[in-house]
Write a protein that binds this ligand. Structure first.
Ligand code: IPE
Ligand code: IPE
Ligand code: MG
Length: 257
C-alpha cells in the first residue's frame, strides 16, 4: 500500500442500514454562542457558522432518506435575548430561506413551521409563507423549523382549543383522548420524533417537543452546533441504530417477536 492511500477505518462498517434510521429526527442546535466566544468572536458569527451546519444536515438527511427533520431554531424563551442578537437571527433565517429555496424545490423538500410564528417579523413571516406554499408539493422530506416555539405553550393552547370545542358542543369531555390533544398541537399529522439530538453538552430539552418526545431516544454530544457536520451526524445515527426501543416491554419479548 502506498503512503498516499486513503485512510482506512479498520474494516469497520460506518454506514447505517436504512431500516435502522429514524423516521423522524429532531435536533436542538445548541452551542453557537460558545463556539464564537472560544474564538473571541461575536456570537452572531457562531449563528452564521451554525446555519452552514443546518444546510449540511438537511442535505445529508435528505440523501439518507430520513422523511422528517425538525429543527429547534428559535425558542419562545429566546425572545429574551439581546435585541441585536434576535435581529441577527431573524436576518440569518431570511437569508437561509432565500438560499435554500431552490434546493428544497429540486430535492422534494417540504418546508413547515411549528411555533407562534405570528410573532416573527413581517419579512420573515412573508418569506416563510411563500416558501411553504412553493414547497408544499415536496414528497421526499418534511423540514420543520421550530420558531418562537415552546412546548408548554403548545400544550396549553391545545388544552384551550379542547375546552372551546367542548363549550361549543363539538366535543364530549369523554372523547378527549391522546389523539384529540395531539391533533391540536402544532405537530398534528406528524409522526413523533424517534431520535432527539442535542449538541453542546447540555442535557435538557429546553421546552422542545415535551409531548412528542415521550418515547424518543435522546443523544447528547459535547460537539458545538457549528462543528456538527456529517461525521457527527453519522455517529449519532449509529448510536441510535444500536439502541433497543422497548416501549415498556421486556427485551426478551422484543427478541422473540
Ligand atoms: C443555539 O446556540 C442557537 C439558538 C438558541 C438560537 P446558542 O446561541 O444558544 O449558543 P450558546 O448556548 O450560547 O453557546
Ligand atoms: C434551546 O437552546 C433553543 C434552541 C436551540 C433554539 P437555548 O440555548 O436557548 O437553551 P437553554 O436556555 O440553554 O436551555
Ligand atoms: Mg444555548
Amino acid at each position: 500500500m502506498s503512503a498516499t492511500a486513503p485512510p482506512q477505518n479498520q474494516g469497520e462498517d460506518l454506514t447505517v442500514p436504512p431500516e435502522k434510521l429514524p423516521r423522524h429526527l429532531a435536533v436542538i442546535m445548541d452551542g453557537n454562542g460558545r463556539w464564537a466566544k472560544k474564538r473571541g468572536w461575536n456570537r452572531v458569527r457562531g449563528h452564521e457558522e451554525g446555519s452552514e451546519s443546518v444546510r449540511v444536515l438537511v442535505r445529508a438527511c435528505r440523501r439518507l432518506g430520513i422523511g422528517w427533520l425538525t429543527l429547534y431554531a428559535f425558542s419562545e424563551e429566546n425572545w429574551a435575548r439581546p435585541q441585536a442578537e434576535v435581529t441577527a437571527l431573524m436576518k440569518l433565517l431570511n437569508r437561509f430561506l432565500k438560499k435554500e429555496r431552490q434546493e428544497m424545490l429540486e430535492r422534494g423538500i417540504r418546508l413547515n413551521t411549528i411555533g407562534e410564528t405570528e410573532k416573527l417579523p413581517k419579512a420573515t413571516r412573508e418569506l416563510l409563507s411563500k416558501t411553504m406554499a412553493e414547497t408544499a408539493g415536496g414528497r421526499d422530506m418534511t423540514l420543520t423549523l421550530a420558531l418562537s416555539y415552546g412546548g408548554r405553550q403548545e400544550i396549553t393552547q391545545a388544552a384551550r382549543r379542547l375546552a372551546e370545542d367542548v363549550k361549543a358542543g363539538r366535543l364530549e369531555p369523554a372523547a378527549i383522548d391522546e389523539a384529540a390533544l395531539a391533533g391540536r398541537l402544532y405537530t398534528a399529522g406528524m409522526p413523533d420524533p424517534d431520535l432527539l439530538i442535542r449538541t453542546s453538552g447540555e442535557q435538557r430539552i429546553s421546552n422542545f417537543l415535551p409531548w412528542q418526545t415521550a418515547y424518543a431516544e435522546f443523544y447528547f454530544t459535547e460537539t458545538l452546533w457549528p462543528d456538527f457536520r456529517e461525521p457527527e451526524l453519522m455517529s449519532a445515527l449509529r448510536a441510535y441504530a444500536g439502541r433497543q426501543r422497548r416501549f415498556g416491554r421486556t427485551g426478551d419479548q422484543l427478541e422473540t417477536g
